[in-house]
Write a protein that binds this ligand. Sequence first.
Ligand SMILES: NC(=O)c1ccc[n+]([C@@H]2O[C@H](COP(=O)([O-])OP(=O)(O)OC[C@H]3O[C@@H](n4cnc5c(N)ncnc54)[C@H](O)[C@@H]3O)[C@@H](O)[C@H]2O)c1
Length: 385
Amino acid sequence: MQKKIKVGIIGMGYIGTSHIEALHRIGFVDLVAVTDVNYELAKKKADEFGIPKCYRTIDELIADPEIESIHDCTPNHMHTEINKKIIEAGKHVFSEKPLARSSAESAEVLEALKKHPDTVAGLNFCYRMYPLIQEMKVRVQDGEIGKVYLVHGSYLQDWLLKETDYNWRIEPEYTGVSRCVGDIGSHWIDLAQTITGSRIVEVCANTVIALPTRKKPLGQVETFAVNSNAQYEEKKITTEDYAGVIVKFANGASGVFQCSEISAGRKCFIDIEVDGAKASFHWNHEMGDRMWKGNRDEQNVEIMRNPNLMPPEIRQYSQLAAGHAEGWNDAFKNSIEAYYRFIRDGKKLGKDKPDFATFEDGHYIMKITEAIIQSAKEKRWIEVC
Ligand SMILES: NC(=O)c1ccc[n+]([C@@H]2O[C@H](COP(=O)([O-])OP(=O)(O)OC[C@H]3O[C@@H](n4cnc5c(N)ncnc54)[C@H](O)[C@@H]3O)[C@@H](O)[C@H]2O)c1
């Protein structure tokens, strides 16, 4: 039997727990250690999930000779420092998105990677790993809908609608140059670029800070948790609640998307449509097991995820039979599994093209994010360069 790949995780908050669960579903990896700046939390997770080692510091976990691959599940402001440390220790790294707070930071991480060409670095833009997104990508890039004219959609949430809603993502020191675009718009951008196989090269944006002040609780609030703390300080807000963005792609396609964290009733509403010369495809995350094909001269078709009808390169991302709903946990596991298959199969970045997002992808999305913020500030089109 092949030796299992030994793994460690840094950051045991909201998303760190999902990484534990996903790793436990992959047979050829072995999660051996965790750490968090909040040691008690890390210990609790280690005990709950039967993880043998719990370290007090990042450095101890990185130095563990048994560990070959490390997941960075910390908030954005820690990504650059931690990802660089992992790379410089000669280990593979799977980081949460966005890659950094700015493109200057993400460029630093790419520099570190250049000196370690055998390191596999993956970024968790997990929505691209829905089987039907992979299917749409293959069908669009095989020319089924003809030349792509338009890409449009949105990513809407409501978890920051009230002035008492608060999280580290509100503050630029932690989140970076952008909040709403960096945190969720970046996922939509990744979907659009993955499906079309083309990069966004120009943007024209309007951003909105609907709540210019918020009530910051005295004490930390977990991601997506309802704040029950009654003690607040008034905080001036400088990160956007909403962005509306017109985009141009390198292949000549045009598009528009909006992202919002203040749209009541919208929880994780990701919607994307690609309109080509012959037909269109549409997918919505809240019905992620279905996609729609729009035709001009024949009936429109609803396509159900069906592994029996998928080519092997897509079928590998769909475990359950058609009609047995797959969802976010499955796409999330696909993202991590694609990264570990790449390592297991001895593939190399720069030579082999992975299905998961790379740090290069993440760096480019940081540049798009910055261009969007600059465009909104200067009220003009900005080229992404
Ligand atoms: N891929 C996705 O769909 C997705 C979803 C949610 C979050 N995320 C990303 O995951 C990251 C974490 O987000 P979250 O919602 O889990 O945040 P969180 O606040 O729930 O958890 C972050 C954890 O990191 C720990 N931490 C902070 N500084 C640390 C340090 N110096 N050393 C060790 N641990 C440290 C905190 O104690 C906390 O437990 C963010 O970058 C976010 O963008 C991605």
